[in-house]
Write a protein that binds this ligand. Sequence first.
Ligand code: 13P
Length: 253
Amino acid sequence: MRKQIAAANWKMNKTLSEGKQLLNDILTSIPSLSDHQEVLFSVPFPYLIQANEIVAGKKNIHIAAQNCHHKTSGAFTGEVSVDMLTSIGVAHCIVGHSERREYFAESNAMLADKVNLCLSASITPIFCCGEPLSIREQGSQNNFVEVQLNESLFHLNAEDLKKVVIAYEPIWAIGTGKTASSEQAQEMHAHIRAVIASKYGNDLANDVSVLYGGSVKASNAKEIFSQPDVDGGLVGGASLIADEFLAVIKALK
Ligand code: 13P
């Protein structure tokens, strides 16, 4: 069975002490996770080492980075490489979040490099895809997401693709309080799985976890996660409130 994942994305929020408090509040009340369930906390770079120490030894709970650079090393002031992440024991990294695509001009080709580097460093990429509102309004979202997958993931061989987690995050639903309906989420997730199946076969398509992101919170997680092709969520705002994120974790299948 593919993994069901609740992934927090703190983005650029919380001081160190606030973050520690949040993490501890969640860990104090977190339900025990089944083998097929996983909880990730994508925290800002400066907190990765300490956050990793806090979750050390806890079953299926991991710390993730929110980004990495697309080159291995060198004169890239302010950037963080996959080897740096590996060297501090971080084994998960968000790649291609729409905020990075928009504000830092990350292209599909650059994201293919990031995915490759993550995999070569044994880091699980949580690859984000999703369409802006204008594309949704034209009804071209399936094709838009397919191009993102094609240009950033489908060069991988089956063994590597299997290691990737995909997060579908429609941009119009991020931080807007406007969630995709569970039908809209299911439709896109089924499409993503069908596209993977057409290139890599059904078995592999059924093994890849596809998370939904965009205004997931306590009140809607259960319904969204109950969709057959939705394998959990990548959660922004609601992951900053302990009770909200705990409810999201409890909504995992
Ligand atoms: P919100 O949950 O705040 O809409 O953010 C979603 C997101 O971008 C997670 O990566």
